[in-house]
Design a protein around this ligand. Structure first.
Ligand code: CTP
Ligand code: CA
Length: 227
């Protein structure tokens, strides 16, 4: 029954999904990045295609096959991700920010490889732009914004803070230290927070099923805004 209801319930909706890590180059052979596998974002893109959405997946470098039926754009740095998102966000009905952008980048990228004989380098870092916050700042009415929160402690508290601070409709909270949740695995256990104070704790399930549950909530929000 749920499968039937889901079928094509996002027909014609333009959904932008970000996925995977970003990388910030130190020199031509080294970079800063993180453990994001991209699997959650790719599962969302796949599920959204199956439900009839027009999907634009913007992905950091991950060894996953492209999602059939989606437009897939690959990027490297957080700045690239920001540029790619800003080019398409105004036309989108839904933005789902599942990427794990690097939060810091080297202030300078070295043009040549740092040699051991140069000594031990000290990296000076600066913050990267917050893509989701920048996109949310120019959000227009009717658009649905979904963020993720990857946490190692006090996950729901930090998730609520991100919901409010980035002015989102939903935050999908992920304690990445829980078994079966977070990076690299095919399952996830999340809590979905909404702007009305609602807190939906989902059991451990496949990332595809988590994706479907998130899209159920997105479809509800889109529906409510039409009424
Ligand atoms: N995000 C983003 N751009 C960044 C960092 C994060 O768009 N430079 C988005 C992520 O895609 C996610 C949400 O913001 O949807 C929260 O990411 P997370 O890493 O959990 O939180 P941060 O705001 O980066 O804060 P911190 O890592 O310090 O918890
Ligand atoms: Ca972060």
């Amino acid at each position: 029954e749920r499968t039937l209801r889901r079928r094509q319930d996002l027909a014609g909706k333009r959904i932008v999904v970000t996925a995977g890590p970003t990388i910030e180059e130190i020199d031509p052979v080294r970079y800063l990045s993180n453990a994001s596998s991209g699997k959650m974002g790719y599962a969302i893109a796949e599920a959204a295609v199956a439900r009839g959405a027009e999907v634009h997946l913007i992905s950091g470098p991950v060894p996953l096959p492209p999602v059939p039926g989606a437009r897939v754009e690959t990027i490297r740095s957080t700045q690239d991700l920001l540029d790619a998102v800003m080019r398409v966000i105004d036309q989108a009905d839904v933005f789902i920010s599942a990427a794990a952008p690097a939060d810091f980048r080297p202030v300078r990228r070295l043009a040549q490889k740092w040699k051991k004989t140069d000594g031990t380098p000290v990296l000076e870092l600066e913050p990267t732009p917050d893509v989701l916050a920048a996109a949310a700042a120019r959000r227009r009415s009717g658009q649905v914004f979904v963020g993720f929160a990857a946490e190692t402690h006090d996950a729901v508290v930090y998730g609520r803070d991100k919901l409010a601070r980035k002015r989102l409709d939903l935050v999908v909270v992920n304690d990445v230290t829980e078994p079966g949740a977070g990076f690299a695995v095919d399952t996830n256990r999340v809590v979905v927070l909404d702007g009305q104070g609602g807190e939906e704790a989902l059991p451990l399930m496949s990332k595809r099923e988590v994706a479907e549950r998130i899209l159920d909530r997105v479809a509800e929000l889109l529906q409510a805004r039409r009424e």
